[in-house]
Structures are given as C-alpha cells and as structure tokens.
Design a protein around this ligand. Structure first.
Ligand SMILES: Nc1ncnc2c1ncn2[C@@H]1O[C@H](COP(=O)(O)OP(=O)(O)OP(=O)(O)O)[C@@H](O)[C@H]1O
Ligand SMILES: [Mg+2]
Length: 256
C-alpha cells in the first residue's frame, strides 16, 4: 500500500495565500473526491501536489510513502507515480499524443525496462478501444485542436497508459457529453485497485454516480472543512455550500 499525505499545506500564488492549511491523506485502493466553491483552491492544491513552480509552498508537507517530495521537480514526482489531469490541459504543437505518452512512460526507466514500440502500440490500442477513441487521436499533436471533451478523454488515456500510483483528476467531467462521462468513468474505474488511489475534483454529484468515492471532502476558503462518505456529495447537491458554511460558522456570501 502507498500513501499520499498532505499536512498543513499553505500555498501562496502571486503573493496571496490561497491554501491555508490543507490536511488530507489518500491511500492506494481509495478514491477521494473534493468538492468546493469556485476559487476555493482546488486546482491550486493539485498544482502544488504536482510541483508546479508557480505555486509557492510556504508551510507544511507533502509526503509520498513517508518521504517529503516538496523539493522534487514535476518530472521527478511523475516518476514516483504522481499524475495530474489538469482542469485545462495544455496544447503542445510538434509532439504527437503517442510520442508524448511513450516518452512519459519511458522517462526515468532503465534501458532494459523501456517499453518497446510493439508493446506500446498494443497497450495504446487496448486503452483507446476501452475509451472508444478514434485512432487518429494518437497521431495528432498533443491536445492541439482537441475539443474540450476530447482533451478530457485524452487525459484519461494518459492515466491508463502511465498507470500512476496516485492520480489527481481536476474536473475531468467538465464539458463531457453524457456518453463521454460514462466512458471517462469507466476508464477511471478500470484503474481501481490496490495499486491505485485518486483524488477527484468535481463540482457535480453526477460524476460520483459513476465513480463511487470512498471519501468526500469539502474545501472552502483554502481548507478542507468537512470530510465524509459518498452521502456528503448528495447533501451538497441539495443544500449547496450554504448549509455547511452555516453549520461550521464559515462566512460564505455566494447567492444560491
Ligand atoms: N496564477 C495565478 N495568479 C493569480 N491568482 C491565482 C493564480 N492561480 C490561482 N489564483 C487564484 O487562486 C484562487 C484559487 O484558484 P483555484 O484555481 O485553485 O480555484 P478552484 O477551487 O480550482 O476553482 P474552480 O472551481 O473555479 O476551478 C482564485 O482566487 C484564483 O484567482
Ligand atoms: Mg479549479
């Protein structure tokens, strides 16, 4: 079993403190969901876990199997088994989707462990079939001209190819049509197991009907303010964030 621990994490962006002491522990074999109002720091948390240098950690720790990873670069964290599906995936001209994934899979592997072309293509075929993706998508430049939904599906393809220990999936459901939502969920559920844990950031219960979370966290004002089971997402769906804000005495002005 592996563990990803976030302890009292404070993160500053452009001189402003966005995360104000986040605590969170995810084990492999667990799917956690984070829900929270816009601008509350969910994507900031995912960027900080992955090591985006624009997000300055001013306090706290991120531990992977007990080792502090805060000093590691993004690619080093990826090699240790962390994966982030970004809310807004970047477009990269000049490198095809397949080339990118093969390079990512082989990064940091010893020569004898590198995945060969045939094995790579076989795996790619299998995973693209699982996600009902058109084969052309592999040879297009990474995310360039991909529709919003295609980008999301492609993030899940990368997830299935790379098989990380821990995946942070930032709004993988946004912009997906009803069928695509099911396909993306099927992809995530295919990863479930003893060697995989996930943190799913979402605004909607709908995704969680397909990917049942073991734990649901509510994030407000840069902190995890409440943690519960799948029923917490249902509560949010009916009450919005007002009920929780009131219960916890958090100032929350957004109109319902
Ligand atoms: N590069 C940046 N420069 C300035 N402010 C930033 C930057 N990145 C994030 N912020 C601010 O940090 C706060 C948290 O943003 P973040 O993207 O983490 O929110 P979120 O919870 O993911 O919201 P959403 O649900 O809308 O995706 C926001 O107020 C945002 O404007
Ligand atoms: Mg966000």
């Amino acid at each position: 079993m592996s563990t990803l621990e976030i302890k009292d994490l404070h993160v500053r962006v452009e001189e402003k403190e966005i995360l104000k002491g986040v605590n969170l522990t995810i084990n492999t074999n667990e799917i956690h969901a984070i829900m929270g109002p816009n601008g509350t720091g969910k994507s900031t948390l995912s960027a900080a876990i992955m090591g985006n240098p624009n997000f300055e950690v001013t306090q706290g720790e991120i531990l992977l199997d007990g080792e502090n990873i805060l000093e590691l670069e993004v690619d080093e964290r990826a090699r240790l088994g962390l994966f982030l599906a970004m809310q807004y995936p970047s477009e990269i001209a000049g490198i095809t989707n397949a080339e990118f994934m093969r390079a990512a899979m082989n990064a940091g592997r010893a020569e004898e462990d590198k995945i060969g072309v045939m094995a790579f293509l076989k795996k790619l075929d299998d995973k693209m079939a699982l996600l009902a993706m058109h084969e052309d998508m592999a040879e297009r430049y990474l995310n360039e001209g991909f529709s919003g939904g295609e980008k999301k599906r492609n993030e899940i393809l990368q997830l299935l190819m790379l098989e990380p220990k821990f995946a942070i999936l930032d709004e993988i459901d946004s912009g997906l049509d009803i069928d695509a939502l099911k396909v993306v969920s099927k992809g995530v559920n295919a990863m479930r197991g003893e060697k995989f844990g996930a943190l799913i950031i979402t605004h909607y219960q709908r995704l969680l009907n397909y990917i049942t979370p073991d734990v649901v966290h509510v994030m407000m004002e840069g902190r995890v303010v409440m943690t519960g089971g799948a029923e917490l997402a249902s509560r949010l769906e009916t009450e919005g964030y007002h009920g929780i804000a009131k219960e916890l005495g958090i100032e929350y002005k957004e109109e319902a």
